[in-house]
Design a protein around this ligand. Structure first.
Ligand code: DON
Length: 307
C-alpha cells in the first residue's frame, strides 16, 4: 500500500511544475485576480489523519462546491419534496445554460447546475429571511469544517452580483414558471454569497467527511444525514458534479466530485477519504484542469475508486 503522505507530496510537487494550468475564470472579475500558479491538496483519511500538499491552507472561493452543502441543508429542511422543484439527471450542458429550462417547464435538470442551485437556495429562503438563510449556510460550513473562522468573501459576492446577468436571467425565467417563489433579488443575493464562501483545502476536506462515511462525521460522531441520503448526494455528485464534464471526471477519477469555478474540487472516496484540491486554472467545461489531473493521479496511485 503506497504511503498517503508521500503520494500527496509527490502530486503537489508535480502539479506545481506543470505549465498547462488552464485559464482562471474571468466572468467574475474578482476571481480573475487569483494566482494561476497556486495548487493545494488535502486528503483526510478514515482515521482523521490529514495528508496535505502545496497551498492546502490558503483560502479560495468555493463557488459551486457550496451547492453540495446547500443541497444537504435544503434536503434537511424539506426532505424529498425538493425533487419536485429540481431534477437529478445530468444536463450534458454548461453550468450556466438556460436552454433546457424552456423545454422542461422551468424545472432545472439537477441541483448543481446554476439554475438548480438557485432553485435550492430559493427553497431554503422559503423557511428563512435572507440574512438568516445565509447565516444558516455559513454556520453549517463552519460546523462541518470545525472552524468558526470561515467567512464570506464580500468582494467576490459583490463582483458576481454586479455581473451576474446570466444567473438573473435563469432566476427570472424559473420565477415565471413558479419554480422559484420568492423575490428573485433575495434568492440571487443569498446564492452569490454562499458561492463566495472562502475555504482552504483542509477545511473543505474536513467538511466533506460525512459524505465519505455514510453521513456521519467520524471525528465528532455526529450524524449529519442518514446513510441513504449521503449515498444519494454522492450519486448526484458523480453524475452531475462536473456539468458537461461529469462523464470525463467519472471516467478518469472514478469518485463522486463537485467542482467550483474558483478552481476547487471536493471528491469523496467512500469509507476511505475526503479529498479537496485547488488549482484556479479551468478547462473548457469550467472545472479545475490540474485539480482533475491531480485527483486522477491520486486515485490511480492509491487504488481508490468506487468501481
Ligand atoms: O453562478 C456562478 O456562475 C458561480 N457563482 C458558480 C459557478 C461555478 O462554480 C461553476 N463551477 N465550476
Amino acid at each position: 500500500m503506497p504511503n498517503l503522505d508521500d503520494v500527496v507530496r509527490e502530486i503537489a510537487d508535480e502539479m506545481r511544475q506543470r505549465t498547462d494550468r488552464g485559464a482562471v475564470a474571468s466572468y467574475i472579475p474578482e476571481l480573475a485576480r487569483v494566482d494561476p500558479g497556486a495548487f493545494g491538496l488535502a486528503v483526510i483519511d478514515a482515521d482523521g489523519r490529514a495528508a496535505v500538499g502545496g497551498d492546502a491552507d490558503v483560502p479560495f472561493s468555493i463557488q459551486s462546491i457550496s451547492k453540495v452543502f446547500t443541497l444537504t441543508l435544503a434536503l434537511g429542511m424539506v426532505g424529498d419534496r425538493l425533487w419536485r422543484r429540481v431534477g437529478r439527471e445530468p444536463s450534458g450542458s454548461p453550468f450556466n445554460s438556460i436552454v433546457q429550462l424552456e423545454r422542461e417547464s422551468g424545472v432545472p435538470r439537477n441541483p448543481f447546475i446554476n439554475a438548480g442551485a438557485i432553485a435550492v437556495t430559493d427553497l431554503i429562503l422559503s423557511r428563512h429571511q435572507p440574512r438568516e438563510a445565509l447565516g444558516e449556510i455559513l454556520r453549517f460550513m463552519q460546523f462541518l469544517a470545525q472552524d468558526s473562522s470561515i467567512v464570506i468573501d464580500e468582494a467576490v459576492a459583490a463582483s458576481e452580483q454586479r455581473t451576474g446577468f446570466r444567473n438573473a436571467a435563469l432566476a427570472n425565467y424559473m420565477r415565471s414558471f413558479g419554480v422559484i417563489d420568492g423575490p428573485v433579488e433575495y434568492t440571487l443575493g443569498v446564492y452569490y454569497h454562499h458561492c463566495a464562501i472562502a475555504m482552504t483545502c483542509r477545511q473543505l476536506a474536513t467538511a466533506g467527511r460525512f459524505l465519505a462515511h455514510s453521513g456521519r462525521d467520524p471525528s465528532t460522531g455526529h450524524l449529519v444525514v442518514q446513510a441513504e441520503r449521503a449515498k444519494r448526494i454522492n450519486a448526484v455528485m458523480l453524475t452531475c458534479g462536473h456539468y458537461d464534464g461529469s462523464g470525463e471526471f467519472a471516467y478518469r477519477v472514478g469518485l463522486p466530485g463537485k467542482s467550483g469555478v474558483g478552481g476547487g474540487i471536493l471528491a469523496v472516496a467512500p469509507g476511505r477519504a475526503s479529498i479537496a484540491v485547488w488549482s484556479p486554472g479551468l478547462d473548457a467545461a469550467g472545472n479545475s484542469h490540474l485539480g482533475r489531473i491531480a485527483l486522477e493521479a491520486l486515485t490511480r496511485r492509491m487504488g481508490w475508486s468506487i468501481f
